[in-house]
Ligand binder design. Structure first.
Ligand code: SME
Length: 158
C-alpha cells in the first residue's frame, strides 16, 4: 500500500465515526504493508508513569510489552525526544531483542511538539532497511496519528 492511500483510508475511517482503536489498528497494518522490509510493526503508547505499553502490532508476539523510558531503543527515543534509526542493532548495547533475526530498527515518535503520545516501532531482518523514503512515509503516518491523539485528549490515561 502507498502512504497516500493509507492516509486517505484513515481519513475516511474518522469521517465514518470509527473508533480510535480501529483507526490505530488499521494504521499499524497499513504501515506494515508500506514496505516488504518491515518485518514487525507496532505502536507503543506512553503512559503517565513513564512506561511505554505495547498497543496493536503486526508480527511475532514480543516479551517487551512494557518498556521504561530510557530503556532499549524505544525508551531511548522518548528519553531523548528523538526518532531512532538504528542500521544495525547488533552494535547497540541498550537494545531489547524481540527477535534474533532483527537487524535494523526504526522508532518514529507520535508527538505534538514536546508532548509525546506514542511511537511507531518497526523491526527489519535487513541491515539498514530504513532509507529516507521509508522514514518520510512512516513520519507522515505518525504526524497524522499525533493529531488523532491530540483530538482525543493527549496521552492515554492523561
Ligand atoms: N527493540 C526494542 C524493543 C521492542 S521490540 O523491537 C518489538 C527496543 O530495543 O526498545
Amino acid at each position: 500500500m502507498q502512504v497516500d492511500s493509507l492516509l486517505a483510508r484513515l481519513d475516511d475511517m474518522v469521517a465514518g465515526g470509527e473508533s480510535f482503536d480501529s483507526v490505530l489498528e488499521t494504521a499499524v497494518r497499513g504501515v506494515h504493508e508500506l514496505d516488504p522490509r518491515f518485518d514487525w510493526t507496532g505502536i507503543y503508547e506512553l503512559y503517565p508513569d513513564d512506561v511505554l505499553r505495547l498497543g496493536p502490532f503486526v508480527g511475532s508476539p514480543t516479551d517487551h510489552v512494557f518498556i521504561g523510558v530510557g530503556t532499549g531503543v524505544c525508551g531511548t527515543a522518548v528519553a531523548e525526544k528523538r526518532n531512532q534509526n538504528i542500521p544495525d542493532v547488533r552494535r547497540i548495547s541498550n537494545y531489547l531483542a524481540c527477535s534474533t533475526e532483527t537487524r535494523s530498527e526504526l522508532v518514529i515518535l507520535i508527538r505534538s511538539g514536546d508532548l509525546i503520545h506514542a511511537q511507531i516501532d518497526i523491526d527489519s531482518h535487513q541491515v539498514a532497511a530504513f532509507d529516507d523514503r521509508a522514514v518520510a512515509d512512516v513520519q507522515r503516518v505518525a504526524d497524522w496519528l499525533a493529531r488523532r491523539y491530540q483530538a482525543r485528549g493527549a496521552c492515554p490515561g492523561r
